[in-house]
Design a protein around this ligand. Structure first.
Ligand code: PLP
Length: 412
């Protein structure tokens, strides 16, 4: 079956809901776990189905009709990602299986150009995906990992930047937006400091991309990593964008078909980026679906959507704060934040809370959110997180607050 959806104008959350088949089929669901996975938009689902039913073939190796159609679709997907990232070159887009794979690729390939004693700067606010690959690089190559702390308000503490930057700083690798607190990293001072020190800047954009296109050149960074499933696209696909000059200096991470220029029994030479970094058969239909999701997103009225997300975040924080025993973790102000709000409830385990909320059709996430150092800095083992996307509305926020008040009566 080929699903053909009409183009949908997202003027309101209910319009947006209609553009998401799962939400359209489950009107009672208050889905507030978008930081874990956003729902798949119809544009991406249609593109996936269309691709698999009309031009499924391997890419970058065949010459028959289907292979050429698949090549064209894959090429177009790369171009769509390049447009979403502010009109960068499509040759700078590497498809991976997700943000985690992108960051591991970076740690391996850029890491191979670093020497013992070279420094990489991360922060306490990182997801494990932007910590553990650097721990592993430290083991392999003896790099020095420096760590920026967070403020009491849960933001990366830029006042500590001068002390955190050592004489051999080569890379600053930070989250663009915290998956726990929603804090958006203030990039201008970081990028300026990195440039002055001759260091590169890599951003983990996993949580930022859901909230609109990102102009990576305007941000002044060198790498940008994200996952398809967190920006209304399929899972199993992600992106590492890198500035061409830097990608060209990096050796491959994985070896295999597609990433070589020449292979003899004595050795091999590498294809140019991005193919150098895409060994084996890539996630083809997923990339096509991601391209469609990003093209769909690019056309949306982001100023209005962001204003609505900010209003809902304020409504959520205002609703949570008066509840007994509830403590919001991270910034409570409206400045530079994504619509992600995590909170601790004194005496109640987040998993119990999530279960009671689920009984009221409210889907949120409880746990350490793969950010244990941040949890420790915030003084909790685990917490509950509500994360909003463009299809959420007042009813979703109010349902969460009401269900939470009910849960507190039940569990405390
Ligand atoms: N970085 C951040 C900030 C995240 O929130 C996540 C996932 O939650 C990741 C990286 C890893 O993404 P994935 O599991 O899609 O590779």
């Amino acid at each position: 079956m080929i699903i053909v959806s009409d183009p949908i104008v997202v003027a309101s959350p209910s319009d947006a809901r209609a553009a998401f088949p799962l939400l359209a089929h489950d009107p009672g669901l208050h889905y507030l776990d978008n930081a874990a996975t956003s729902q798949l938009c119809a544009a991406a689902l249609d593109a996936l189905v269309r691709h698999e039913t009309t031009c499924r073939a391997n890419v970058l190796r065949g010459t028959h009709r289907l292979a050429e159609a698949a090549d064209a679709a894959y090429r177009e997907a790369r171009a769509a990602v390049a447009r979403f990232l502010g009109g960068v070159s499509a040759d700078e887009i590497v498809f991976t299986s997700g943000a985690t794979a992108s960051l591991n690729l970076l740690a391996h390939s850029l890491g191979a150009t670093l020497a013992e004693g070279d420094e990489v700067l991360v922060s306490v606010a990182e997801h494990h995906s932007n910590l553990v690959p650097w721990f592993m690089l430290r083991e392999r190559r003896g790099i020095v990992l420096r760590v920026l702390p967070v403020t009491a308000g849960g933001r990366i503490d830029l006042a500590r930047l001068p002390q955190a930057m050592g004489p051999r700083l080569r890379l600053i690798a930070l989250t663009h937006c915290s998956n726990v607190t929603g804090a958006v990293t203030a990039l201008a001072p970081l990028v300026a400091a990195a440039k002055a020190a001759g260091a590169l800047v890599a951003l983990d954009g996993a949580q930022a991309v859901q909230h609109g296109p990102v102009d990576v050149r305007a941000l002044g960074v060198d790498f940008y990593a994200f996952s398809g499933h967190k920006c209304f696209g399929p899972n199993g696909v992600g992106v590492l964008w890198g500035r061409r000059e830097v990608l060209e200096r990096m050796p491959p991470f994985l070896g295999g078909g597609g990433m070589v220029d020449r292979v003899e029994l004595t050795g091999a030479s590498w294809a140019a980026p991005p193919r150098r970094f895409e060994a084996g058969t890539p996630p083809i239909a997923q990339a096509v679906g991601l391209g469609a999701a990003l093209d769909w997103m690019t056309e949306l009225p982001w100023a209005a959507i962001r204003a609505r997300e900010a209003r809902l975040t304020r409504r959520l924080i205002d609703g949570l704060e008066p509840l007994p025993g509830v403590r919001i973790l991270g910034p409570r102000d409206d400045a530079a934040r994504a619509p992600i709000v995590s909170f601790d409830v004194e005496g109640v385990h987040p998993h119990d809370l999530v279960q009671v909320l689920d009984e009221r059709d409210v889907a949120v996430r409880g746990g350490h959110h793969c950010a244990r150092p941040l949890m420790a800095a915030l003084g909790v083992e685990a917490c509950t997180r509500a994360s909003l996307a463009l299809y959420n509305d007042e009813a979703d926020v109010d349902a969460l607050i009401e269900a939470l008040a009910h849960a507190l009566r039940l569990l405390r």
